[in-house]
Design a protein. Structure first.
Length: 498
């Protein structure tokens, strides 16, 4: 899709649809002939400015655009860049069609222009995404958007061009994460994910290394290998490295670790069949990390970042690990595997220990880790856990800037108690209570003492129903937060604050 800034006066903008943000506070002022129509739809109550509502006027007099569209934005006081991202996405989703190929969105003058340009572009690209790769109907092409422009009469400058570029890079990366997450288990095996990582790294000039089963055995990654052994598909530990140009980067060195379970049957502790097909998205954390690495390669922040994705398939094959098996992790700690369906924490334990061995000073892991986080936060917020409040605050701030919703969760020592077992250093599950927190507490054993944040995206990585701004399916959550974190100037000084 073509993305650009349009600097012409509103009346001069050529587009199939010219979209104007419209609030519940009252009709927008266009000061062109269609103002009569705008006032009319407001006064009749046909259109109130309700969020995501649209009103369309074909062939608007005095405009070069073929349609004028009012896009409901809700109340002005609640409107910010995050809201603009959603409105832009919803407008694109509703409008893209055989007749509407080029959309132009007029910016609200009261907003910070650079932030608004970035959010509008991200919204348009995210809204244009459809998870229809395996539909063979050629008509699906009819509703593809071809162009999107942000209308800012008068003022382009380098800052706005850069905001547009960042928005495009980040949203395209996020859509790639969604494509990977939507891939079914038969097509995206651990090796296929590794190949996708390798191809991306090559295209972006990143270093990429794939540790195979033999290498993992040499290293002693017993937890990761234990999960993998029930599947005929070999596992892979994918490592992608970004290093800034110039001087050798001092601390911090960020380590992004993403859960890459390409399909999770539960293993011998097998899952019920209902909705098991959803478990193809159990590699969404890994996909988000790969996508963030891709965007980081293009945006080149002055900080070292290593992405690690332990990729496995969790199957109940004849060699599968049994409940009660005891594995030795890379860290040397032993784990009693009481439930083979708590596999994410096992593979992350080895990947995080390896991240520290590679010199990562600050860790963030993303994982579709627990059903319990869905019980706690639903499909709205990502659960955020950490062992260091300064680092957790940085990640929360990055998420806020990126328009992703994270909610801090507790992680007191008390939550270690349920994981104690007489037979090994730690068990991989405890009783049901506080399942998302005990899972995070398990991970902490393998992250300490490095500052670390765990993001449980089990509830937010997949949308179960259509929204105006997003279709049912993969969301790509986490990509924007990771990229923002790598770009934030405060991150480069994180080494000093620990
Ligand atoms: N991949 C699942 C978690 C999950 C659940 C992701 C729902 C997305 C939607 C994870 O591997 C898992 O099976 N967790 C178990 C842990 C339990 C056995 C302690 C769970 O949450 O039920
Ligand atoms: Mn599982
Ligand atoms: Zn899982």
């Amino acid at each position: 899709m073509q993305i650009g800034l349009n600097l012409r006066p509103t009346a001069e903008v050529k587009a199939d649809a010219l979209v104007i943000p419209a609030f519940e506070d009252g009709p927008p002022r266009l000061e062109l002939p269609p103002q009569t129509w705008i006032d009319e739809v407001y006064s009749t109550g046909e259109f109130t400015g309700e969020r995501f509502a649209l009103a369309r006027l074909p062939q608007p007099e005095g405009l070069r655009a073929r349609r004028l569209v009012l896009a409901g934005c809700g109340k002005r006081v609640d409107f910010d860049a995050a809201q603009l991202r959603l409105v832009s996405a919803a407008a694109v989703r509703a409008l893209k069609s055989k007749a509407i190929k080029r959309v132009a969105l007029v910016l609200e003058p009261f907003m910070d222009a650079a932030a608004a340009v970035k959010a509008a572009v991200e919204g348009a690209l995210l809204g244009a995404y459809e998870p229809d790769r395996y539909k063979t109907d050629p008509k699906k092409e009819d509703s593809r958007l071809e162009g999107f422009a942000v209308v800012i009469p008068g003022g382009a400058n380098h800052e706005l061009e850069e905001a547009l570029r960042r928005g495009r890079v980040v949203a395209e990366a996020q859509n790639w994460a969604r494509e990977l997450a939507a891939e079914p288990g038969n097509r995206l095996t651990p090796m296929a994910l590794a190949e996708a990582a390798r191809a991306m790294a090559e295209a972006q000039g990143l270093a990429c290394e794939i540790l195979d089963q033999g290498r993992m055995r040499q290293l002693g990654m017993g937890a990761l290998l234990g999960v993998a052994q029930g599947s005929a598909e070999p596992p892979a530990l994918i490592i992608v490295r970004y290093r800034p140009e110039g001087a050798p980067a001092p601390a911090p060195h960020l380590g992004f670790v993403g859960k890459g379970v390409t399909f999770d049957t539960g293993g011998i502790s097998i899952k019920p069949s209902e909705k098991m097909e959803q478990m193809r998205y159990d590699m969404s954390g890994g996909a988000a990390v790969l996508a963030a690495m891709r965007a980081i390669a293009e945006l080149k922040p002055p900080v070292a970042v290593t992405g690690l994705i332990p990729a496995v398939e969790n199957m109940p094959g004849p060699r599968a690990q049994r409940p009660g098996d005891i594995v030795t992790t890379l860290s040397g700690k032993t784990v009693e595997v009481l439930n083979t369906d708590a596999e994410g924490r096992l593979i992350l334990a080895d990947a995080m220990a390896y991240a520290r061995r590679l010199g990562c000073t600050h860790l963030v892991d993303l994982a579709t880790l627990t059903g319990a986080i869905v019980v706690a936060l639903g499909h709205v917020y990502v659960g955020a856990f950490g062992n260091n409040s300064a680092w957790l605050d940085r990640v929360l701030a990055a998420a806020r800037a990126a328009g992703e919703r994270l909610w801090p969760m507790p992680l007191d020592e008390d939550y270690l108690e349920p994981l104690k077992t007489p037979f090994a250093d730690i068990a991989n599950v405890g009783p049901r209570a506080a399942g998302a927190i005990t899972a995070a507490r398990f991970l902490k054993e393998f992250a300490d003492p490095a500052p670390w944040v765990h993001l449980d995206i089990a509830g937010t990585a997949w949308l179960e129903e259509n929204k105006p701004y997003m279709p049912k399916g993969p969301t790509g959550v986490g990509v924007r937060t990771l990229v923002e974190l790598a770009l934030a100037p405060e991150t480069a000084s994180a080494g000093e604050t620990g």
